[in-house]
Design a protein around this ligand. Structure first.
Ligand SMILES: Cc1cc2nc3c(=O)[nH]c(=O)nc-3n(C[C@H](O)[C@H](O)[C@H](O)COP(=O)(O)OP(=O)(O)OC[C@H]3O[C@@H](n4cnc5c(N)ncnc54)[C@H](O)[C@@H]3O)c2cc1C
Length: 457
């Protein structure tokens, strides 16, 4: 791609991370463990991506089982420990059985990530969007836009695409599958938060089961214009506040300029339909109101890059392990889409016997790539495998692996697709990553993360 626009300046870096979501933030911190210059660029004014734009629960740290195992560690632990130190974490069971979630205060999480970027000497640019790639190779020239200075370039020896939408791979011409091409793309969700909820009254009236029944009754009767029969509303770290994953916007292209605009408007409309429903129908919510919508509509999948390896549903459901696994996942396939009756619902499929599968290194290396990695929700997986392997403990784990891989690649002058994966696995374990299923059952009680004062190791 050629840019004729005059560039304000050209910067250089060793490792460039694009996007500071859960994957990119972790990738940058891992990359900073080496001796190379690390630059992190984010289009919004804060880190976290989906983690802070709309959510408050990390899934994927624990397997969903009667004897849950903790299967993620390293930098993800460091971040949760930092949140735990200020009382901004508690553990809670998932409404539909995805395993225990680590509930956090998303506003505090922004601050924690800021602090870790600073502490690790990461060169950070907020409010800066990747808008093009001029060249891809031993040095990649990336074009960014910042509204204060206009267009500028960053020339990087190694690039980690953590944009969620695989924007770097797209502009660099690397191959990908667009969600919706083969199977229906997962639906989008505007999350919303409500304040002044009487949670005691809610629990006494039957809690989650009661809510489920009321939602189904209201959907069937068409009283409040709800888009679906089910949805989660759960307590937050902030007292008397709840957070939801209830809105469902289907049949919109998250990369289409008009379509995404319409999806944003539809998401807001649904959120306020839910507000009416909660206030009218659900005990404990009579005096509550929405205090915030997600920063943008939540997008589950857009582009999934074709990598050196493509994770499949069979890999997940057969609990397959690879010799170059870079992290573990035990999360079920959780596919949000339209059901036959027109309602938007979620379809679940579990890894048998509470097991885990391994995710090999090739899933974060675009095909034939020597200098690029792709992490987070745009990594190399089929639709179904992606629907299992997109929880944030896993996207952070991908980032951790890519950050370390970039360091090893520069240290040893090795191409991304020829990296010594034994050395990478060794570095991951040294950082605290968990690559073998622990024997010990984890403490997933409400205060389980912090009750030993150090967090779960
Ligand atoms: C509605 C919804 C509910 C979910 N619920 C949960 C849950 O409860 N728990 C859980 O663990 N997982 C959940 N998930 C899945 C999980 O949140 C995501 O898979 C994960 O957060 C993706 O992380 P990421 O870093 O890959 O991408 P993102 O979080 O999308 O981060 C990408 C980052 O890149 C930035 N960016 C994008 N384009 C550019 C560009 N061109 N230039 C510069 N910066 C750019 C973005 O602003 C963003 O900060 C949910 C997802 C959705 C959408």
């Amino acid at each position: 791609m050629h840019f004729s626009t005059t560039l304000a300046k050209t910067l250089t870096t060793d490792i460039l991370v694009i996007g500071s979501g859960s994957a990119g933030a972790t990738a940058a911190i891992a990359a900073a463990s080496g001796k190379h210059r690390v630059t992190l660029v984010e289009r919004y004014g804060f880190p976290g991506g989906t983690a802070t734009q709309m959510l408050d629960t990390f899934y994927g740290f624990f397997t969903p089982s009667d004897a849950p195992k903790k299967i993620v560690g390293g930098i993800p632990d460091t971040i949760v420990n930092a949140l735990n130190a200020t009382g901004d974490v508690f553990l809670r069971p998932n409404t539909y059985g995805a395993g225990t979630g680590v509930n956090y205060n998303p506003e505090r999480l922004k601050l924690v990530w800021d602090q870790y970027f600073q502490k690790n000497g990461i060169n950070l640019y907020y409010h800066t969007s990747l808008v093009g790639v001029e060249s891809l190779g031993e040095t990649s020239n990336c074009i960014f836009f910042h509204k204060g200075i206009g267009f500028f370039a960053i020339a990087a020896k190694r690039v980690i695409d953590a944009s969620g939408d695989a924007d770097f791979c797209h502009w660099a011409g690397l191959p990908y599958e667009k969600a919706g091409e083969k199977e229906p793309a997962q639906s989008m969700t505007t999350t919303f938060r409500m304040a002044n909820v009487d949670l005691d009254q809610f629990e006494k009236a039957g809690g989650k089961e009661m809510l489920k029944q009321k939602m189904a009754t209201s959907f069937d009767a068409g009283t409040h214009g709800l888009p679906r029969k089910e949805g989660s509303a759960h307590e937050m770290c902030q007292p008397k506040c709840i957070s939801t994953v209830a809105v469902k916007v289907v049949d919109h292209d998250a990369l289409g300029e008009k379509s995404l605009t319409q999806a944003e408007m539809e998401g807001r409309k649904q959120a306020f339909a839910f507000e009416d429903f909660f206030r009218d129908m659900v005990p404990g919510y009579g005096n509550s109101k929405i205090i915030g919508l997600s920063h943008q509509i939540g997008v589950r999948e857009t582009r999934r890059v074709y990598g050196e390896y493509r994770l499949t549903k069979e890999d997940c459901m057969n609990a397959r392990r690879f010799k170059d696994d870079i992290f573990l996942c035990g999360a079920p396939i959780e596919d949000h889409r339209k059901s036959d009756d027109g309602a938007s619902e979620t379809f679940w499929q579990y890894v048998p016997k509470g097991g885990v599968y391994g995710v090999p290194y090739g899933t974060i290396v675009p095909k034939d790539s020597r200098t690029v990695w792709v992490v987070g929700r745009c990594f190399s997986a089929t639709h179904d495998a992606h629907a299992s392997c997109r929880s944030m403990a896993q996207t952070m784990s991908m980032g951790q692996a890519a950050g370390l891989a970039a360091v090893l690649s520069l240290n040893g002058d090795m191409a991304a697709n020829q990296l010594n994966t034994d050395a990478l696995r060794e570095a991951l374990v040294k950082m605290g990553a968990i690559l073998e299923l622990p024997k010990k059952t984890a403490d997933t009680s409400r205060n389980g993360w912090g009750n030993n004062g150090k967090g779960q190791q």
